[in-house]
Design a protein around this ligand. Structure first.
Ligand code: NI
Length: 167
């Protein structure tokens, strides 16, 4: 396994839309494993391939507690149902260092994905795990969590995140 470099704002590659994976083969599994190792190393609980400069629809998530007894390793994750009810959670992102805004999202989602064995799975989740999945799928579409905020707030957090990098 290898550590990958996590891109930080304002890297333009964070705005790219990732392409679907045809099949979870050995190459995709290697990317998944490297992403997991990178996420643990950088102390994140979710990582999308877009954040490591790979335009493939792959995400990994692990809260390292009872919410994720196993790491969630997914290719082509797709949300097929959103609850009408919405809920705010404090979110952070390895690509936007040291910023923790509250983001409002659907409080439950149902989604489908291919697992590490290329098997189709579906899952319904709520709470912070559901927010995390929405956050990571956004990355695959070139959307950052701060894009859900007003432009005033977004620009403020963006400036702060870029300043953190330069300090
Ligand atoms: Ni993120």
């Amino acid at each position: 396994m290898a550590l990958l470099k996590v891109l930080k704002v304002p890297d333009p590659r964070l705005k790219l839309r990732a392409h679907p994976v045809e099949k979870v083969d050995a190459e995709v599994q290697r990317i998944m494993d490297d992403m997991l190792e990178t996420m643990y190393h950088d102390k994140g609980c979710g990582l999308a391939a877009t954040q490591v400069g790979i335009q493939k629809r792959i995400i990994v998530i692990d809260f390292e507690d009872e919410r994720t007894p196993e790491p969630l390793i997914m290719a082509n994750p797709e949300i097929v149902w959103y609850s009408e009810q919405r809920e705010a959670f404090t979110e952070g992102c390895l690509s936007v260092p040291n910023q923790w805004p509250s983001i409002v999202r659907a409080s439950s989602v149902k989604f489908q994905y291919l697992d590490r064995q290329n098997k189709q799975q579906d899952l319904t989740v709520n709470g912070i795990l559901g927010a995390c999945i929405q956050h990571e799928i956004d990355h695959l579409n070139g959307v950052l969590f701060i894009d859900h905020l007003s432009s005033l707030k977004r620009n403020l957090l963006l400036r702060r995140a870029i300043k953190v990098r330069e300090d």
